[in-house]
Design a binder for this molecule. Structure first.
Ligand code: HEC
Ligand code: HEC
Ligand code: HEC
Length: 142
């Protein structure tokens, strides 16, 4: 009897090991998030700790938008323009991706993966300011 129980336990353990292995051997694709151009400051990579940013950036942005639009408060820390300027990097040929046309864009790298839809870039540009100042064409993203 006892040997049967031990065998069953071993079987379960083996099954678990197999499941864990198949997950960790890369069968679940992870998003490739482009690196930012620089750190926010000597102490901080981003404007808030990175794990906070990962979880809360949506809330932060919407909160900040409310402050600007409804209360007239402007701080450069949570400016959407600043996020884009620092996070959106050019490809090998020097072109900046847009959220609409590339999953290599910082914001869409994750949102495409997580199936998040935001309408922000119907109005806001998803390309950095330097792109417009150094090179007047092509016409900004739609
Ligand atoms: C001056 C540069 C700078 C600015 C401005 C900035 N960030 Fe970051 N952010 C970073 C760096 C550096 C990291 C760490 C990861 C990396 O090196 O790309 C990071 C990490 C993140 C992450 C986590 C990414 C990951 O790899 O999991 C998110 C999300 C994020 N930032 C969103 C924002 C948003 C939204 C804004 C604007 C409100 C913003 N950031 C402004 C530099 C910046
Ligand atoms: C590390 C992955 C990641 C990156 C990079 C990222 N996002 Fe997100 N974003 C998410 C996830 C996941 C959600 C949904 C969960 C949540 O609301 O926190 C989300 C939600 C949001 C929301 C809230 C949507 C809603 O309707 O509540 C906004 C706004 C947003 N992201 C803006 C941005 C912008 C702008 C950028 C680029 C500057 C960006 N995100 C980059 C993963 C990411
Ligand atoms: C219908 C057009 C429209 C849409 C959609 C929109 N915005 Fe805005 N947003 C504006 C305008 C106009 C301003 C004011 C610009 C200014 O005065 O600098 C603004 C200002 C802001 C600001 C403060 C100024 C800045 O650059 O940081 C933030 C943050 C912001 N929006 C975030 C968002 C986010 C996040 C979304 C998506 C969830 C979004 N917006 C969707 C039009 C829009």
């Amino acid at each position: 009897m006892k040997i049967l129980i031990i065998l069953r336990k071993l079987g379960l353990g083996l099954l678990l090991v197999m499941i864990v292995n198949s997950v960790s051997s890369g069968e679940v694709p992870m998003p490739e998030i482009p690196k930012a151009k620089n750190n926010f400051s000597a102490e901080k990579a981003c404007i808030e700790p990175v794990d906070v940013m990962r979880r809360q950036h949506g809330l932060l942005l919407k909160h900040y938008r409310y402050d600007t639009m409804r209360r007239g408060v402007r701080t450069s820390e949570y400016s959407l323009i600043a996020c884009i300027n620092c996070h959106v990097t050019a490809d090998e040929s020097g072109n900046y991706p847009t959220v609409h046309h590339s999953s290599k864009h910082f914001c869409s790298s994750c949102h495409t993966y997580a199936a998040v839809n935001i309408d922000c870039f119907q109005c806001h540009t998803s390309q950095p300011q330097e792109y417009f100042s150094t090179d007047m064409g092509p016409v900004p993203s739609e």
